[in-house]
Each structure stands twice: as structure tokens, then as C-alpha cells.
Design a protein. Structure first.
Length: 187
């Protein structure tokens, strides 16, 4: 009986490994990032290795994902606006939506203390089925901001909904189950 339990545990462990979602870090090191498009006034900027930059004051800026993802977190700071010597640096309103335009997550973050390229705020989201991440311009009352921040290091698909197992993982699981059945018949 203990051998059967051990083999069952091994099969369950293999199954768990086949459905674990793996994290992807979107670093925006180049002006193209597979799986996303930019909407509104969102632009790519090459300063500091690359990041996204909210460009327009009177136009919401979006990151659009080509397929729904689990959004873990991302980083923001008030740069490069600080380089231009002013602005009303402070709060910015952000929301995540699914493909049906249903709001999945919303937050207001304060970037007053994030005015240097070496100082980034990590914004935690932890939402499934995200198709769009929106940064509001000029903000939702009472947050009428006069600056636009930078976005970088968007972490997706870690510990979110399980990914579809790869064919190789399914084959490995099938071979393991066949081995158990064969071993049981021989015993």
C-alpha cells in the first residue's frame, strides 16, 4: 500500500508542475514588446534601459494585452516629468479591465516621493483575466494631476490561473501513468 501511495504522490506532483503558471517580466527594453499594444498617449522611451511613458494630459493611456493575463504588479515613478522642472506630482488613478470592459481592479497611487530614476514604486495588482491597464488623465476627482509617470517591469502570469500544460508535460504525465499501470499488472 505504501508503494501505491508513493506512486500516487509522484503522479500528483507531476500534474502540479504541468499547470503551474510561470512569471513573465515585461521590461520594455526595446520599443516593441510581444503581446502588448499601447493605447491613448502611452509611448515607449529608451531612457534607463527602456520604460513606458504616459504622454498626454487629456487622454487616458493604456497597456493592451493581446490575450487575458494574470497581472501581478508593475513599477512606476514620476520621471521623466521631473526633468522638465515642475508639474503637480502626486496621485494617479489606475484601473485594470477584462475583455468585456468590466473593472477588475482599481487603485490610486502617490508618486510624490518617486522622482528619481533609481526610485520606483511597486504597485501590486494580483488580478486574473486582465486585458487592459488604464492610467487616467487628468485623473478621477479629486486627483487632477498635472504630470505623467513612467511604467516599467510589468510582472504577469505568476501564480495566476493555471496555464494550459505543454504537450511535452502532458506526454510525461501520460508515460508516468502508463508506467504505474504496467508496474501494477506485473506485481
Amino acid at each position: 500500500m505504501s508503494r501505491l501511495l508513493r506512486n500516487l504522490f509522484l503522479v500528483l506532483a507531476i500534474l502540479a508542475l504541468t499547470v503551474k503558471a510561470e512569471a513573465t517580466l515585461l521590461t520594455f527594453d526595446t520599443d516593441t514588446t510581444p503581446g502588448i499594444t499601447l493605447g491613448g498617449g502611452m509611448l515607449w522611451n529608451g531612457i534607463g534601459g527602456g520604460h513606458l511613458y504616459n504622454e498626454w494630459w487629456n487622454n487616458d493611456d493604456d497597456i493592451l494585452f493581446s490575450s487575458p493575463i494574470h497581472l501581478n504588479d508593475f513599477q512606476m515613478n514620476a520621471m521623466p516629468w521631473e526633468l522638465y522642472g515642475g508639474g503637480d506630482i502626486g496621485f494617479i488613478d489606475i484601473a485594470a479591465f477584462d475583455a468585456g470592459n468590466n473593472q477588475l481592479w482599481q487603485s490610486t497611487v502617490d508618486l510624490s516621493n518617486y522622482t528619481d530614476w533609481s526610485n520606483w514604486l511597486t504597485v501590486s495588482v494580483d488580478a486574473d483575466n486582465v486585458s487592459r491597464l488604464t492610467f487616467y488623465a487628468p485623473g478621477i476627482a479629486p486627483h487632477y494631476n498635472g504630470f505623467w509617470p513612467s511604467i516599467d517591469n510589468v510582472r504577469i502570469n505568476e501564480d495566476g490561473q493555471p496555464t494550459v500544460p505543454e504537450p511535452a508535460s502532458l506526454s510525461l504525465l501520460g508515460l508516468g501513468l502508463l508506467g504505474l499501470l504496467r508496474r501494477r499488472r506485473v506485481s
